[in-house]
Design a protein around this ligand. Structure first.
Ligand code: LMR
Length: 287
């Protein structure tokens, strides 16, 4: 893959990024992970058409075990680790478990892509641009049991802020096709492109990292997969689960006190159950 990496180096140079000082392409763990401040773990086998996440687990957990151990050994203890490679939540949990000297709070997985998808679906439905939709929540897994929840979302239509349910005026869509579309979007992109999402995933990584570094906007929250210990929603603790979070000084905090009705509760629990199953299967593969 090193000649391929040369192409990535050229593309990075060609972006003329003002903050880019030096690129060190390498296949050596001790070089790549040495004293790093941020790790964006994208290296995994991508899903192909028809593949489900369990097929991916087997192929990918060993990669994240190695990367967790490398982070533990070589990275700064303040490193911020974002797991993108799928199944992202469980890969993140595995990396975290093999990096015991790094605080668990420094690990997160990408559900911002799902969050952006949910904002965009609501925006298109209301005929506004997606920056006019805020505070959607992705609960749980990045994969198909994820629960995109707009009970607390706000839509700004023509200067007037409305709850998403009032703005959309179609509860059946919000409880049905909206959820399915967001849940299945990754698979739909793969079916159409014959490749998994690239541009929208990279864009979501930028959003995620930017919010870690600079914080979330006042009064707004975003979704990311974080270690569930101590959460107030009754989600089992030893999971990477996507919650609504606010970030300040590079520290995230789950937004507590979001009301959840029976519909939401059932979906939050179902995605937690899927993550527990994934975690147990991943740990089995590793032993
Ligand atoms: C996505 O959501 O587009 C990616 O994570 C690809 C996938 O496997 O769904």
């Amino acid at each position: 893959m090193l000649p391929v990496l040369d192409g990535v180096v050229m593309e990075l140079q060609d972006c003329a990024l003002p903050l880019l000082r030096e690129i060190i392409p390498t296949d050596k763990i001790e070089v790549g992970f040495k004293d790093i401040d941020a790790a964006i773990l994208v290296g995994s086998m991508p899903r192909k058409e028809g593949m489900e996440k369990k097929d991916l687990l087997k192929a990918n957990v060993a990669i994240f075990k190695t990367q967790g151990a490398a982070l533990d050994k070589y990275a700064k203890k303040t490193v911020q680790v974002v797991v993108v490679g799928n199944p992202a939540n469980t890969n993140c949990l595995i990396a975290l478990k093999f990096a015991p000297s790094i605080p668990k709070e420094n690990f997160s997985c990408l559900t911002r892509l799902d969050h952006n998808r949910a904002c965009s679906q609501v925006a298109m439905h209301c005929g506004v641009s997606s920056d006019k939709v805020k505070n959607v929540i992705i609960w749980g897994n990045h994969y198909s049991t994820q629960y995109p929840d707009v009970h607390h979302a706000i839509v700004n239509t023509h200067g007037c802020e409305l709850g998403a349910y009032k703005a959309v005026k179609n509860d059946a869509w919000l409880h049905g096709d909206f959820i399915l579309t967001v849940q299945q979007r990754g698979a739909a992109v793969i079916k159409a492109r014959k490749l998994s999402s690239a541009m929208s995933a990279a864009n979501a990584v930028c959003d995620h990292i930017k919010d870690i570094w600079f914080g979330t906007k006042e009064g707004e929250f975003i979704s990311m997969g974080v270690y569930a210990a101590g959460n107030s929603y009754g989600i089992p603790e030893d999971l990477i689960y996507s919650f609504p979070v606010q970030i300040k000084n590079k520290r995230w905090k789950v937004v507590d006190g979001m009301s959840t009705n029976d519909f939401s509760r059932a979906k939050m629990n179902a995605t937690a159950a899927e993550l527990m199953e994934e975690r147990d299967a991943a740990l089995d593969f590793l032993t």
